[in-house]
Design a binder for this molecule. Structure first.
Ligand code: ADP
Ligand code: MG
Length: 308
């Protein structure tokens, strides 16, 4: 009978399925164990690689730090030595002239010694600014007024072969900063621009109000969003290679011949920007000129706040 054979068939099928399930069950545990083992090994390998990478990064950072410290110490020692030589030689000559009774001629050596000592003092000042140990003598000031007042000094510094253009924006916010430091920062940027345009060119100094948010600048440090006044110095000179650009802010990094560059201009500007709660960014390309933007926080005067 058909029903009898089909029942038998069903039974046979059921037992085959049962057998297959049993086998699957047995090997399942084994396969799970294998897979777990493989994953654990992969995980261990990953952990090892992460650790290795962290160690390599740390070593690189340490190496870079030591290189920077070496550059810094070497640079300072060299500069200081030159200045001390100036002082010691002058004092030595003064002693000899005094011993020889040539008192009238002593003054110029005293002048030379004083000038060397002043240069040494200026160097420590710049270093202090860079290391942010120099206190800023802050005062509210009008950026446009400051830039205008420096125009004559700027054009004397850059010389007749460079066209100087001031683009002073309207209603520029006041800033609260150290006038002397800001002047010296701008002058340093002028000198850099001049040095980059030996054949002449155009130098633009621009002021503008700017709102910055955290993603606006490609600076090393984080940008706190807010209102800033931007002071921009741009030139159409030689520009910088990516290698120079990467090191431009390093203290004592210079591409200029001995006696012409100290490599402290941009590092001082960086320190000054940091200490002022501002930022500085450089855009530069070989052969296409350079644009340095200094952002200083907007100053809200107490009167303005009470009026508002
Ligand atoms: P220094 O002017 O004494 O060399 P800085 O810190 O002012 O030191 O500048 C460091 C280096 O950055 C310069 O030697 C130069 O290579 C590069 N640099 C700075 N400003 C400019 C610029 N406007 N155009 C081209 N290169 C520049
Ligand atoms: Mg310079």
């Amino acid at each position: 009978m058909a029903t009898k054979s089909s029942r038998r068939n069903q039974r046979l099928q059921a037992s085959a399925t049962e057998q297959a399930l049993l086998e699957l069950n047995e090997t399942l545990e084994e396969r799970v164990a294998e897979r777990t083992q493989a994953l654990a090994e992969a995980n261990l390998q990953l952990q090892r690689e992460i650790l290795e990478r962290a160690r390599a990064e740390e070593a690189l950072r340490h190496g870079q730090k030591m290189e920077a410290v070496g550059q810094l110490t070497g640079g300072i020692a060299h500069d200081f030595n030159n200045m001390l030589t100036g002082i010691i030689t002058s004092l030595d000559l003064m002693k000899r002239y005094i011993a020889a009774g040539r008192i009238d001629e002593v003054e110029r050596f005293a002048d030379a010694a004083v000038s060397s000592a002043h240069r040494a003092a200026a160097l420590t000042n710049r270093l202090l600014t860079f290391s942010r140990r120099q206190s800023l003598d802050r005062k509210p000031l009008d950026p446009n007024q400051l830039v205008s007042s420096l125009q004559a000094l700027f054009s004397n510094t850059t010389g007749p072969h460079i066209e100087l253009i001031l683009e002073l924006g309207p209603n520029i916010w006041p800033i609260n900063t150290d006038t002397g430091q800001l002047e010296s920062a701008l002058l340093n940027l002028m000198i850099n621009a001049r040095d980059a345009m030996p054949e002449g060119g155009t130098l633009v100094v621009k002021t503008a109000n700017h709102y910055l948010d955290a993603s606006d600048l490609s600076t090393l440090e984080a940008v706190s969003s807010g209102d800033y006044v931007m002071l921009e110095v741009s030139d159409d000179g030689t520009g910088m290679t990516p290698q120079t650009l990467a090191k431009a802010f390093d203290p004592f990094f210079t591409t200029k011949p001995v006696g012409q560059g100290t490599g402290l201009g941009l590092s001082m500007i960086y320190g000054f920007a940091q200490q002022s709660g501002g930022h500085v960014s450089i855009n530069s390309q070989s052969g296409c000129g350079t644009r340095v933007c200094l952002y200083l926080p907007r100053y809200h005067s107490p009167e303005a706040k009470t009026q508002a």
